[in-house]
Structures are given as C-alpha cells and as structure tokens.
Design a protein around this ligand. Sequence first.
Ligand code: 5FX
Length: 536
Amino acid sequence: MKNRKHLNYFFGLDSSTQSLKATIIDSQLKVVAECSVNFDSDLPKYNTTGGVHRGKDGLTVTAPALMWVEALDLLLKRMKKKHIPLNRIAAITGSGQQHGSVWFKKGARQALRHLTDGMTLSEQLKHIFSVKDSPVWMDSSTTKQCKQREKAMGGPQAVADITGSRAYERFTGNQIAKMYQKNRTGYNCTERIALVSSFIPTLLTGDYVPIDVSDGSGMNLMDISSRKWSKKALDCTAPGLSAKLGKPELSHKVAGNIHSYFVERYGFDADCLIIVFSGDNPNSLAGLRLQRPGDLAVSLGTSDTVFGFLSKPVPSASEGHIFVNPVDPKAYMALVCYKNGSLTREHVRDDSADGSWEKFNKYLKRGKSGNSGNIGFYINEPEITPPILTTGITRYDSAGRRVKSFPPAVEVRAVVEGQFLSMRLHGENIGLKARNILATGGASANKGILKIMADVFGVPVYVARQTSSASLGAAYRALHGWICNRGGKYVPYSKILLAAPPFKKAAVPDKKAFAIYSSMLKKYAELENKMMVQGA
Ligand code: 5FX
C-alpha cells in the first residue's frame, strides 16, 4: 500500500496584481518555503507596469491572461530548482486579486484536459482565451453598466441587499456586461468566465473549477444569503451567463486532483488535492485569523483595504462590501477598498520628502496629531471610496479653506492621517468597529505609519511575523480544506489554528491623540462631501 505519510505540506499561492507568490507550511503551520515571480521584472516581454496595462482613457486597466499562465510555470520551475519538496504537498489552494475575469474560448476545456509534459503551459494554452486582456480590479470603465444594473435591480440599496455591494465599476458582473455590449463576438465565443482566483486552479486541475462563494461575492451577481447566483442580477448582465460561470462553491471544498502535467514536470504527488481558491482579501482574513467581530485588518499595499469578520451583514448603498466569509460558511466579512494606497504615499514621498522614506518618517515624527487642522485628499488614481473619477490633490487648512499647497511635513502627515480617517469613517459606516487591528502589506513595516493608525482608531496595532498574509492564509486554508475533506464534514477553522504563532504588538494608541482624531472625523466627513461636490 502506498505510504501517504510523506504528504504533510500545504501550499498557498497568491496571484496578486504585481506578482505570483508561494508559501508552503507544514501541518504545524510553520512556514517551510517561500518563492515568488514578479510580473514586470521576471516576464518583461508582457510589458506590464505594476502587473497591468493602462488604457489611454485613464479608466481601463487589464492584464494579459497568458502572463499569469507563464508565471505559474516559472514559479514552479524556481521551486523545483530550489529543491522545495513539491512531492510532499498534500493540498494547494490560493488567492487571486479580486474581481478580475479570465475568458476561455469554446474548446479551451479540451486543451486544458490534454496538457502534456513535453511543452510549457503557455505553449499549449496560448490560443484558449476569447479575450486576451483580462479586466482587473483597477478598471473603472463600467460606470454606464453600473447605472444600468442599479436601474434594472431597483436602485443601489436593492443591488447591495442582494449582492452585498451597490454596483461597483470593478465588480465582475459589470465588466461582463461591458464585454457583452462592446465585444459581442468575444462574449459569444466564450465557454467559461473565471475569476483570477478560479483561473489558477483551472490550470492546476486541467479543468474548470468553481468560483468560491467568498470571491464570488465581489461580482454583483451572487445572492450573498443563498450563496447562489441571483437570477435578477444575471438577467440584467448578459444572456446565457449562468452556464458560462458554473455553480459557486463553498471555499473549503475540493476542486479536484492535480493534473498529471504538474506531477510529471515538477514532481507533485498525484494525490495532491486542489482546494477551491478565493480572493486575496478573503485569504488575508484567513491568514490574519480574524474570527470575532472587532478583529480588523488594515492592508497597506497597491490597494489599501480595511476588512473584518461580520456575523450580521448590513449592506450599504453608498460604501463598502459584504462578502461571504471564506473560512466560516455561515458568516460574512466586510471590506472597504481604496485604490490610492502605496503608490499615492510614494508620490507624496517623492514630491515632499525627496523620495526618501527616512525623511518621510522624520516628518511624521516631527508633526502633531491632527496636523493642526490641515486635511488633504490625495486622488492619484480614480478612487473607489468615496467614488471619485477625477484625479488630483485637494487641501484644506484648519478653517476649511481650500489651499494650493502644504509645507512638506504637513503634506506627508496629511496623506497618512487622511487615509486612516477615511478608513475609520467608511469602515464604521458598514459595521467595522475596531477592538484591535492587524496591519499587513508592504507599508506595515513602517512604524511611523502604524503609530498614526493606532491613534486614529484608538486601538493597539499588531503585525504578523509573516508579511504575505494572502499566501499564508491560502496555505492555512489548504490545510483546512484538506482536513474537512478527510473527515467528510466542515471542521471549524479555529481548530486548525492552535499552533499558529502569536502576533507582535507594533503600536499602542495615545488617548489624547485618539480624542483629537475622534473630534476631527466630523470635519473630515464634511470636507470629503465638499470636495466631492466641488470636484478634486
Ligand atoms: C478589493 O475589493 C479589491 O478590489 C482589491 O483589494 C483587490 O482585491 C486587489 F487585488
């Protein structure tokens, strides 16, 4: 009889905007290996910047689907070269940038099923896409389709009540509606539409894989109560859509076994299970172990997000999203997303601190909480929260008068304070009230930024020892899915987390500073409204 005891490693993959990352853990949750591929620098022939192509209209943002295919082969090749024991992997799951869609042409399923070890994935799969450039989460080009959806479904609150969010430009249903309206041939010759998250396991199993209910909540198409596609939402998107999407599946379920291509080429065991993948934010929630109301995470990356566990969803017609929880099929999570994250902080660093984080941090340290009443709105990219399509910087002095510029130290503090005040304001509006915060993403290494976060929210801020919470969360979910499958029933996620390492306290709030920010919140909200009416 075959000895299966060697299958004791769990593999988490994160297909983010800029890179493909792998984290491998053992059954005691210890990280045993990591590896990554950067799209811009490792695959320069696709000519991406930050992993994407931007359209001339300033609104359209796409990424070549074939680049992701090639990245998977490259990542696994690197892992094999580093002698990472892929033959010990019991289960794989992963995380994908949310909302992006991948379009498979009629006949693609055959090509996926018949992958052979003799050629690379990209050689074999270069012709399977009906749309080569996948719309991604940064795309803001579907305002017309959002309006159509809200009209057809009975208004923004009606859309939010069913799907968890009002109609948002990047949400996949609105991207699909645009594709149907603008590229009818592309739509008609499509046999399957995947999310980025269900695309990668499609490659790994060599067959179509369901969209999971958590990432599926980011499409404006799923009924978040029944966890099924909403007929009303599908009907106002495009015809024949349900067949092109397949049925949504719970996030801990098995999607299939790994395809022989990966067994022969990279040495995976044929019994390696592929668990349904989910979105990057849902996987981060799993990686940061947010399991109670008040457990919040703030992710500071290409996008800034604030998210947390929710038991009772209260969808809003104006902001934020409710998703089905990825590790507790009966619960939910809430999320507020910003496009102006690290790149916007970096712009301010370049313009006001000579491109130096050291100088940026010195300015932060020197300034006073509340920035003497100066408030700024930094819209480098069309923003999601609040919805602002026109880019630019709007600054107000302590009397609420619009000013042209701030001194460099005030500018630096204004961008950071403004981002956290906005997160507190919009997060609380959809039920995210912090008891403690876990900070993650690149900027969570910056102590000055974390201190302001603690002061604005008035709670301690912790950091994980492991920075890639999405790929770590995926690795935890791989173990969770594997255990659920072995026992034939759902096992509470908390049961697999017992050996997880503690988080490290990185910043504590100052009571006086918290009081200043709390009283500033009303003024911030008023100026945000004023700015939206007047334009950035
Ligand atoms: C969430 O709704 C978002 O759009 C972003 O955080 C993407 O998931 C980034 F990948």
